[in-house]
Design a binder for this molecule. Structure first.
Ligand SMILES: [Zn+2]
Length: 471
């Protein structure tokens, strides 16, 4: 009897093994197994240095500054005039002209194709361009996007959706929530909370702030998210895969370890940003260019670093690996407002989110199967050291915990080169793409090279030039 039972068990084991081999596509071995792109929106070299001086009292201390691949990157869009290193070196105002917007740059990073400003991953005929995340899904990998601003804002949108205009927030968020194959979406835009994390229902009757469902796919989609009936077929089995919605900071933190739902959408209880857009009545007059962390943080929302920890805890359940994009979205907003203090707060949270991911590699993976990229979509604010116009000056270091000497020359984006860092499987390929030289920033790649290298790696034809076909 026993031996019969045993041979029966062995038979089922063989069937199981056969089944596994038959039904898992061969392409799931696509390497790198895991790819994570961190984008600090609006971050230039001086933004990194200013934050390092405040955090550590010196530059060069960020975890990503220890990565083996350290380059500069051009960011111009189809509306731009390229990047002319000679003009950038000789004319202080050169980089103020023809800067990209976040949508065009994120589209270039995500698809490898340069488009005009405000375009969300469609070509000039309006046809959708293939995202890295879509390729990842074809390869059986899990996918996710995380941001410190609205979940359907330009950068996350351009990694998932397709639209002629980044302003179509409701359409974009519906595409992300109802029609994408993502496993993780996290970002702000909560319809019932303001920028200070205060519930609209708790506000005085004369406060005219209206509920705005545009960043979460409209009211109907929001109702379905609350009911737990929002979401299309993400895994291709023909049945809908509904999102699990989390909102409070505690809910986020409880999912940083342990079991996770298959699909997780996290919408913190705040409207535009996690922290950058908060106000403080007591310090309203002088909060601009004050010290970082003096205006109390909203306590009910997670940090970007905590959101990153939750995201990877969901995504790493897939043995085929994952693709994740994490955006420090409000770094750009601090730059537009020339807020040195908020810039440093936002960039520190961004830096910590990269640290979370690097720790995950050491604890749960290794650099032979995971590629981490840390970069920006463009520079914002034209940040330099003091007395820089017309000669670029370095920041003045005032030591740890002190704002360095900084000077802003713009309230908008610039065409300056931005930093690019990479470590892990395939990262060396970026060196081969750095074919241009800048007087100040040395060799640089272009933002379209990121998808170029990733598509090349995942096609299994590493080393060959990839010609990106528009769909
Ligand atoms: Zn911006």
């Amino acid at each position: 009897m026993n031996s019969l039972k045993q041979s029966g068990a062995a038979f089922f084991q063989i069937i199981l093994i056969l089944f596994t081999y038959l039904f898992i596509p061969a392409s799931t071995n696509a390497a790198p197994k895991n790819i994570v792109i961190f984008i600090s929106d609006g971050c230039g070299f001086f933004h990194v240095d200013a934050t390092s001086m405040y955090q550590y009292g010196e530059t060069g201390r960020q975890v990503y500054e220890q990565f083996p691949v350290k380059l500069a990157m051009s960011t111009y869009s189809e509306d731009g005039h390229g990047y002319d290193a000679e003009k950038a070196a000789s004319d202080f105002d050169y980089v103020k002209k023809k800067a990209t917007d976040s949508a065009a740059s994120a589209t270039a990073i995500s698809t490898g194709v340069k488009v005009k400003d405000h375009v969300v991953a469609v070509d000039e005929d309006g046809k959708p361009l293939e995202h890295i995340s879509q390729r990842a899904e074809e390869l059986g990998k899990s996918t996710g996007v995380v941001t410190s601003v609205q979940l359907s804002h330009a950068t996350p949108a351009c990694f998932v959706a397709h639209n002629k205009s980044r302003k179509k927030y409701e359409e974009i968020s519906r595409e992300m929530i109802l029609h994408s194959g993502l496993e993780v979406i996290m970002g702000c835009g909560h319809p019932f909370f303001d920028n200070n994390g205060v519930s609209l229902s708790e506000k005085s009757p004369d406060d005219s702030t209206e509920t705005d469902f545009s960043f979460v796919g409209g009211e109907e989609t929001w109702d379905k998210l609350i009911e737990g009936t929002a979401g299309g077929d993400a895994d291709g089995d023909g049945d809908p895969d509904y999102w699990k919605l989390i909102q409070s900071g505690d809910e986020f933190r409880s999912l940083m370890t342990g079991d996770t739902p298959d699909r997780l959408i996290g919408i913190p209880q705040v409207f535009h940003t996690l922290q950058q857009a908060r106000t403080d009545e007591r310090e309203k007059e002088e909060y601009q260019d004050g010290s970082p962390f003096t205006v109390p943080f909203i306590e009910t929302v997670p940090t970007l670093a905590e959101m990153t920890a939750v995201a990877v805890n969901v995504l790493d359940n897939n043995k085929n690996g994952f693709f994740l994009m994490v955006e420090g979205g409000a770094v750009d907003w601090a730059g537009h407002n020339n807020q040195s203090d908020r810039l440093i707060e936002e960039q520190i949270d961004f830096n910590r989110s990269v640290e979370v991911m690097v720790d995950w590699v050491y604890g749960h993976s290794d650099w032979d199967e995971t590629l981490i990229i840390v970069t920006a979509d463009h520079e914002t604010g034209y940040l330099t050291g003091e007395n820089s116009d017309p000669e670029l000056q370095p920041l003045t270091n005032h030591g740890q915990g002190e704002l360095p000497g900084m000077e802003w020359h713009s309230d908008n984006h610039t065409n300056s080169l931005v930093p690019f860092y990479a470590r892990g499987d395939g990262s060396e390929l970026f060196m081969g793409r750095a074919v241009n030289t800048d007087a100040i920033r040395s060799i640089y790649i272009d933002n379209s090279d990121i998808a170029g290298v990733i598509f090349e790696l995942w096609s299994g034809k590493s080393g060959e030039a990839t010609i990106l076909e528009k769909q």
